[in-house]
Design a protein around this ligand. Structure first.
Ligand SMILES: C[S@@+](CC[C@H](N)C(=O)[O-])C[C@H]1O[C@@H](n2cnc3c(N)ncnc32)[C@H](O)[C@@H]1O
Length: 286
């Protein structure tokens, strides 16, 4: 049957829809996204799905979502999945978001770094990089001279590219301490005025990788002292969350910490982890 004829953007403005998007198309988008990423869209996300994917459908020269979905299911559509996923992820983030986690990280690093090989931290939903860079700044300042490694991963290759480039609008860093800004960033000049860039000597210390948290097999990964998995579990249903938590448990050192987002409570999902601070968890003892 006919699709909704208008859509609403993030500011609530209503626009007419120029592309045909039926309820069946929405259900197909939802199901494909869930199979590939674990992201579970509710009925209320119809407008969001249209708004985020329409640009890509137009870019491919289609006037209906049905034609675009047919491409995705065809052999020629194999390379399109990356764009489909990149279009539909939610990437909101900021430097030192939920700042208490960086206090926890500093204390934990000072206690455990140097005990057994490098101190290893994984930002597992790194988005555009603000989270792994906040980890890097914290470790650089608290572990001077000691060995540490940071892995930053995301399913979305577009945000990972931005993260690796380390270029941000200057207003994204305006609340950061000026000394930290001087240590880690350069200010853009000329056509880059109004932007800052993480100094290459720092950004190359982070290992950026594409990892899909719902892949049945993760790539070869080290054992981590701390895993950040913040503000992504909320997009998954409980069985998916439980599966990811079991994977994390296998990649944490015995004294390791798992740090989750403010609205992600896993106590009713996992007995493998127990709380040990504000949205901080460790492997359950006993
Ligand atoms: C809202 S951002 C959170 C960014 C950061 N962790 C923070 O808290 O500020 C969620 C990120 O999770 C990523 N994501 C969604 N599904 C994923 C999956 N299956 N595997 C890995 N990353 C995923 C998205 O691409 C997005 O960049």
């Amino acid at each position: 049957m006919g699709g909704v004829l208008s859509t609403t953007d993030s500011d609530g403005a209503i626009f007419p829809r120029d592309l045909h998007f039926s309820e069946a198309d929405f259900r197909a988008v939802r199901s494909l996204l869930y199979q590939r990423t674990g992201i579970a869209l509710s009925d209320a996300k119809n407008h969001m799905a249209y708004a985020r994917l329409a640009k890509r459908v137009r870019h491919k020269g289609f006037s209906s979502f049905a034609d675009y979905l047919a491409l995705l299911s065809s052999e020629q559509g194999a390379g399109e999945w990356e764009h489909f996923i990149n279009s539909l992820t939610t990437n909101l983030t900021s430097f030192f978001r939920e700042s208490h986690h960086f206090d926890i990280l500093r204390q934990h690093a000072q206690q455990h770094a140097g005990n057994s090989g490098p101190y290893q931290v994984w930002s597992s939903a790194a988005s555009t990089g603000e989270e792994p860079y906040s980890i890097l700044f914290t470790l650089a300042q608290s572990l001077e001279g000691r060995d540490y490694r940071i892995v930053a991963s995301d399913i979305d290759t577009n945000v990972l590219g931005k993260a690796a480039a380390g270029v941000y609008a200057a207003d994204r860093v305006e609340k950061l301490d000026p000394a930290l800004l001087r240590q880690f960033f350069v200010r853009g000049v000329g056509s880059n005025a109004g932007k800052v860039k993480v100094k290459a000597a720092w950004s190359r210390q982070i290992d950026f990788r594409r990892i899909n948290l719902v892949d049945s097999q993760w790539p070869q990964l080290e054992q981590f002292d701390v895993i950040f998995c913040r503000n992504v579990l909320i997009y998954f249903d409980k069985p998916t969350q439980a599966g990811i938590l079991e994977h994390f448990a296998r990649h944490l050192k015995p004294h390791g910490l798992l740090l989750l987002g403010h609205s992600e409570n896993i106590q009713h999902i996992s007995t493998t982890f127990e709380p040990c601070g504000k949205t901080a968890y460790r492997l359950a003892r006993g």
